[in-house]
Write a protein of this length. Structure first.
Length: 110
């Protein structure tokens, strides 16, 4: 069993902490905050409205509902593909943020 040391924030594995102290740049966490802020802003300013517009389009095409907005230049399929790509990209970025946190989570004693 690996030696533990006590910190103000709980016990951690000593060797894992030594590794992080020599290799982990905590500024990455601040960059992660900025990245999260950018996604939240994109959600508020763009993705939410696009998803609502997609719903209106799909509701008309799939459910036969009346038009709630005049058709634009973008097709139903194109809007869905664009949103799918945006959400896939966001998911990749969020997975990368999770991986950034893994070494810190791995400080937990066995």
């Amino acid at each position: 069993m690996e030696k533990e040391i006590r910190t103000p924030y709980g016990p951690v594995r000593e060797k894992a902490l030594e590794e992080l102290q020599s290799s982990f740049d905590t500024r990455q966490l601040l960059a992660a905050v900025d990245q999260g802020d950018r996604f939240c802003a994109q959600w508020r300013e763009e993705l939410r409205d696009d998803l609502l517009a997609l719903h209106a389009m799909a509701h008309t095409v799939i459910n036969g509902a009346p038009l709630t907005a005049p058709p634009g230049k973008e097709t139903l399929a194109a809007r869905a593909a664009s949103l799918s790509a945006a959400f896939s990209e966001a998911a990749e970025e969020l997975r990368a943020l999770g991986k950034l946190l893994d070494p810190i989570a791995d400080l937990a004693p066995d």
